[in-house]
Design a protein around this ligand. Structure first.
Ligand SMILES: *Cc1c(COP(=O)(O)O)cnc(C)c1O
Length: 822
């Protein structure tokens, strides 16, 4: 929601020009995504050009959705058929224009605006500070981690006239970005959370990183930071006057001195006030990162003149919880979206958009608590009602008292419970089947317990898939390709272990062109899950011809015999099929060899109902330099063979040869399409661009039991593990039946607990593994990382003489897959 502006005013703000239409049209909303437009007649659609999409391509769809006002690149060619009433505003750079509108909207807000930056903790500090401040003020804050060049403007548009304080975060990944964010945000109060020591891509040195991030504070009245971070302290002192700096520390001599006493499950934070009195805050965690984040939040709340007692009330409901939107398998084939850390409208909007992006199920159900927003209740719930309507939610289960005004108008669609307990008593899991359920509630409603009941109960081992990282990797490969080159993504073997349906669905959102699976069954499963993209089947068999046809799957044809079988089948059915030809240029697995070409031409002629969608070959050694010449030979042979075929056809099939390694090593052979596999899942096998990919999956489990053992005690089957000293071992809930390779036994493998490595001791068992945790501070129930962003799959694979592909695809289906956006 923005303060209303006319098209004419917008033009002035961005220094643009009206290309057509009525300049007096009034705008209340800004949209950059065609999929979530609520009030089309009052929305300005800004066409941005991103790595994935160009917003200009969606203009016809958006016009159909009812939008009457567009901001486009100045040289955008208007279609002459377009209704002349529709407003088109032209700008040199539409992203810059978006930012200018945001800067203008920001200037209309006179409450204090808190701007947060730093290497880590921005989102947590923002959430916690927001929570604390909302005890007393109407707070606007950025949704999730909306802190980028596009995220910041959208966050600013979330500030309404009734808000009293705004808490927004700013994140940058390279130089020259912060200036633009600062020009929009103009924070009154700044928080510098911390600075990472690690080299960050996009920055040359620590000094540069500091100076770039600190640009956010140039016009701040006050800057909050932790004085114990020497480099930050030195830098800020050299750039800003002392009156502006508010340093806090563990030690006396700072503006705020906090000392921490850790207890079992919580900590006491003692604040020494300037008048020498002491106030004690209680917080429900003991880890250093949370303790730092919470002290930033407390300091900011104190600077904003909140009473310590009120601050404590806000802290009471904090928990070091997961703030990510996660998608989990639920009971009775339901899918659960877990958003149990949401308390405002902006967050609800995001969660509903995420819901809309999921596979369709029988019903859409929303379980929601009161929104913890002080301010204009009526307007807030009206907006919720609009959202519920727009997203066609079938059923709303509401908890709380304020939300009654929403439920009153919903008729039989809505049910209201006074509190979470009464909902828990009433819930019967049999009432949910094949539904998509969004569970979203403010912290204090404790909605985790609802998710617990609705989610499928599987043992403690989970594979978490980060969908943002998947998008990142996909875009990385896109940057190596020409814009018109198509991308086929390999989702065979359960999408390399990641879960085919969710990943295929996400790829559909990313507008991938094609999917490929190994077997017909995998393709059928995807169709049953609602996947609409074209699907190629690598290894179909005769028995599956019927299924291929029924589910619109496209088989690979790899031999003259198979061509004939399929051709005859189609003839007998009086139907046709789209097929793909595999040419063997040196892999010697499946495929037509050069000597088959003649026969192939005859077959193509004989069975014209088999339409050749594409012709491809597969490279045997694209990842290794030593096979460079062989690979080139394969590629050239392919070009020659496919040319011969094309000459005989009166249409041109797509040609493709490159797998993930091929894309980075031989981009000049991208032809019409590439076949992306392992790279999407975060492993860059050629080793050329390791640092550019993100790990997408984290395999984790928990400690079931800890034992103290003596020197010489033996562990597990065959007594293969032997204690080399007195010490401690932990038994963790993962074994070879989960896909934890037995070759990791006896120290070959290691896991991570609280960031520390712990080796496997003894043999890996079917469902359990023992690890040596001597010297590591751990307790039963603690989380154990098998692999993830900090543990390289390549290294793990190397240790047992295999390849990352095998580790990824071996994870058993009994391991629960959970998907999230961060
Ligand atoms: C699996 C597969 C790919 C993808 O290979 P990656 O190395 O995972 O990128 C491409 N083409 C074919 C035919 C495949 O079987």
């Amino acid at each position: 929601m923005i303060q209303p502006l006319t098209a004419h005013q917008i033009c002035e703000i961005i220094n643009g020009q009206v290309l057509s239409g009525n300049q007096d049209a009034l705008i209340h909303q800004v949209a950059i995504d065609s999929r979530n437009i609520l009030q089309p007649y009052a929305t300005l659609f800004i066409a941005l050009k991103g790595a994935k999409f160009d917003g200009h391509d969606f203009i016809p769809t958006v016009i159909e959705a009812g939008i009457r006002c567009f901001l486009v690149k100045k040289d955008f060619k208007l279609n002459p058929g377009i209704d002349s009433e529709i407003v088109f505003i032209g700008a040199d750079d539409t992203l810059k224009a978006l930012q200018q509108i945001a800067a203008y909207q920001r200037s209309l807000f006179d409450g204090p605006l808190v701007g947060i930056t730093g290497s880590n903790g921005k989102t947590i500090v923002k959430e916690w500070l927001g929570q604390v401040l909302s005890q007393q003020y109407a707070v606007a804050k950025s949704p999730k981690s909306y802190n980028s060049q596009v995220g910041v403007p959208l966050s600013i548009f979330g500030i309404s006239p009734y808000h009293q304080v705004a808490v927004l975060e700013a994140g940058i990944s390279q130089t020259a970005e912060m200036q633009k964010l600062a020009a929009m945000l103009k924070p009154n109060l700044g928080i510098f959370t911390n600075i990472g020591t690690a080299h960050e891509e996009g920055f040359e040195s620590m000094e540069q990183k500091l100076s770039e991030k600190a640009k956010l504070f140039e016009n701040c009245q006050l800057i909050i930071y932790r004085k114990d971070h020497q480099s930050i302290h030195q830098y800020l002192k050299s750039q800003f006057s002392d009156e502006k700096l508010v340093g806090w520390s563990d030690y006396p001599g700072a503006d705020y001195t906090f000392s921490v006493k850790k207890e079992q499950e919580r900590s006491k934070i003692l604040l020494l006030k300037p008048d020498m009195s002491i106030f004690t805050f209680l917080v429900p965690f003991t880890d250093e990162a949370s303790l730092e984040n919470v002290r930033h939040a407390i300091t900011a709340a104190l600077v904003l003149e909140m009473d310590p007692k009120m601050i404590q009330e806000g802290l009471d409901h904090l928990k070091a919880v997961d703030m990510r939107l996660t998608l989990k398998p639920g009971v009775n084939a339901c899918l659960i979206i877990d958003d149990t850390y949401n308390n405002d409208l902006a967050g609800l909007r995001l969660a509903l958009d995420f819901m809309a992006a999921q596979r369709q199920k029988k019903r859409k159900i929303l379980i929601i608590s009161d929104l913890l927003q002080i301010g204009n209740n009526e307007a807030v719930y009206q907006e919720v009602a609009r959202l519920v309507d727009f997203h066609e939610i079938d059923k709303i289960i509401a908890v709380g008292s304020e939300i009654e005004i929403l439920i009153k108008n919903l008729g039989s669609k809505g049910i209201l419970f006074k509190n979470t307990d009464s909902l828990l008593k009433a819930i019967d899991t049999r009432d949910f089947e094949n539904d998509l359920i969004l569970v979203t509630g403010a912290r204090k409603f404790g909605f985790e317990s609802i998710v617990d009941i609705l989610q499928q109960r599987i043992h403690g081992t989970t594979l978490e898939i980060n969908l943002n990282s998947l998008t990142h990797n996909y875009n990385f490969y896109k940057t190596k390709l020409l814009p018109m080159t198509k991308v086929m993504v390999m989702v065979k073997a359960f999408a390399y272990g990641g879960g085919a349906a969710e990943i295929a669905n996400h790829l559909q959102q990313l507008k991938a062109d094609y999917l490929a699976v190994a077997y017909t069954d995998e393709g059928v499963a995807l169709r049953n899950e609602g996947i609409k993209l074209p699907i190629m089947v690598l290894n179909p068999v005769q028995e599956s011809f019927f299924q291929l046809e029924k589910f619109n799957l496209e088989p690979v044809v790899y031999s003259p015999q198979f061509f004939e079988q399929l051709g005859k089948y189609c003839k007998s059915q009086g139907s046709g099929m789209k097929i793909h030809l595999d040419l063997d240029t040196g892999m010697h697995r499946l495929g037509f060899e050069p000597k088959h070409l003649k026969r192939l031409e005859e077959l193509i002629h004989e069975f014209p109902d088999l339409k050749i969608e594409s012709v491809y070959t597969h490279l045997a050694g694209a990842d290794e330099e030593e096979h460079h010449n062989f690979t080139l030979h394969q590629l050239e042979t392919f070009l020659m063979m496919s040319q011969k075929l094309s000459d005989k056809l009166n249409y041109s099939p797509l040609r493709h040869a490159l797998n993930s390694a091929g894309i980075v090593r031989f981009p000049e052979y991208q032809m019409d399409m590439v076949r992306l596999g392992i790279g999407l899942y975060g492993v860059e096998v050629s080793g050329k661009y390791d640092a550019h990919l993100r790990s997408i999956s984290t395999l984790k489990t928990t400690i079931s039991q800890i034992k103290r053992l003596d020197l010489g005690d033996t562990i597990g089957y065959g007594r293969k593990g032997v204690m080399k000293t007195d010490g401690q071992i932990a038994t963790i809930a993962i074994g070879y039946a989960d896909g934890y390779d037995r070759r990791f036994s006896n120290g070959k493998g290691f896991v991570e607990i609280h960031g520390q490595k712990a080796p496997v001791i003894g043999n890996v068992c079917m469902d359990m593994t023992m690890i040596d945790i001597t010297g590591i501070d751990a307790k039963e129930g603690d989380e154990v990382i098998i692999y993830g962003p900090g543990i390289s799959l390549k290294e793990l694979a190397n240790r047992i003489g295999t390849i990352p592909y095998e580790l990824l695809t071996n994870i058993s289906s009994r391991v629960k897959r959970v998907y999230y956006l961060d």
